[in-house]
Design a protein around this ligand. Structure first.
Ligand SMILES: [Zn+2]
Length: 343
């Protein structure tokens, strides 16, 4: 015979929901009912109508009665008895407290969900906003970016007027008949960060002297076409929006341009576009070349040159770092070339 029969009554404190002071009661459970006396009045309450609040740690176990009153049980002394009475129907929250593997599973699912939002959701939202906002608004809002960067990472260009005019002509012929790219401008700068090219959100393409000096002029259209891809696809705006959404660029919306620009400068130098954006820009460049009847050999040469620059030790250039390997890009160009010839 068991010597540890659970008790048939439990001490609890009754709160009527109107006054703070509780009344001690003896609670009995039977036939699916909680039974207790308040003075001479018998209260019999169906268990299934009783809600039990989530509780954890050493907090009392609280039963919410249908009329708004509550019964509080001391967790430690009452839990086993309530269990024996089948009066406990633990919430998922309480269940997982006692099942670490479930916790782990729930945590993993939460992390996966958050990563999904970050990895998939935010880029999608960023893309939607970037394309829903008229370019003229983006340009207006971002027009101060370059002047601000001038104090941080750029210095005036030392390039001759003739070379500048050549590249301006190259840009002009690339954007001829490209309706969405008529706002694109070129800016020449010398930079502390070496050979580089950037497409700013307002459509300004910045070419550094260091890049122009290390590449033959005839392959610069390839660089420009790639950057035009970033402009057309609004990559910089999308990346800024993504960052803004995760809170590192709140200043974008507060119009505090100095914070924006200090962050943008850091990003330009330190952060790379995703490989997906790079591939999209590469593809755009190839298609633009094909559309305009240009020789894809110029793009091939560009990537060969970039590849060799890459190996020559000028590694602090994000333009080079961020771009897919030369082999990969040459492969892409050759595939396009073959498709073209097969037609
Ligand atoms: Zn790029």
């Amino acid at each position: 015979m068991s010597s540890t029969q659970p008790p048939t009554t439990l001490q609890a404190t009754y709160f009527n929901g109107q006054v703070l002071k509780g009344t001690p009661v003896n609670v009995h459970c039977g036939a699916g009912q909680l039974v207790f006396f308040l003075g001479d009045t018998k209260h019999a309450i169906a268990l299934r109508s009783v809600k039990r609040s989530e509780s954890f740690g050493n907090a009392p176990i609280v039963f919410e009665l249908p009329d708004g009153a509550t019964l509080e049980f001391d967790r430690e002394s009452s839990r086993n008895t309530l269990k024996f009475w089948n009066a406990l129907s633990p919430s998922w929250f309480e269940k997982v407290q006692y099942h670490p593997t479930q916790w782990l599973l729930i945590s993993l699912v939460s992390i996966a969900f958050a990563a999904g939002l970050y990895g998939q959701g935010l880029p999608l939202i960023g893309k939607w906003i970037a394309f829903a906002t008229p370019q003229s608004k983006v340009s207006k809002f971002m027009e101060d970016v370059l002047p601000q960067l001038d104090g941080v990472i750029f210095q005036p260009s030392n390039l001759g007027d003739q070379a500048k005019a050549t590249h301006q002509r190259q840009l002009k012929s690339l954007i001829a008949n490209q309706a969405g790219l008529s706002h694109v401008k070129l800016a020449f700068r010398s930079s502390k960060i070496g050979p580089n090219a950037f497409a700013l959100p307002d459509g300004t393409i910045v070419l550094t002297d260091e890049l122009l000096n290390s590449l033959p002029a005839e392959i610069i259209p390839g660089v420009l076409a790639h950057e035009l891809g970033h402009v057309e696809l609004r990559h910089m705006t999308r990346r800024l929006l993504q960052n803004a959404m995760v809170g590192t660029l709140i200043a974008t919306f507060s119009r505090d341009i100095s914070i924006l620009v200090s962050t943008l400068g850091t990003q330009l130098v330190a952060q790379h576009y995703s490989r997906e954006f790079e591939r999209e820009a590469d593809l755009f460049a190839i298609e633009l070349f094909v559309k305009q009847g240009r020789d894809l050999a110029a793009l091939e040469l560009l990537h060969e040159k970039l590849g060799s620059l890459d190996q020559s030790g000028s590694r602090n250039a994000s333009y080079l770092d961020s771009h897919p390997g030369a082999d990969e890009r040459l492969q892409l160009i050759r595939e396009k070339q073959q498709n073209k010839e097969a037609r």
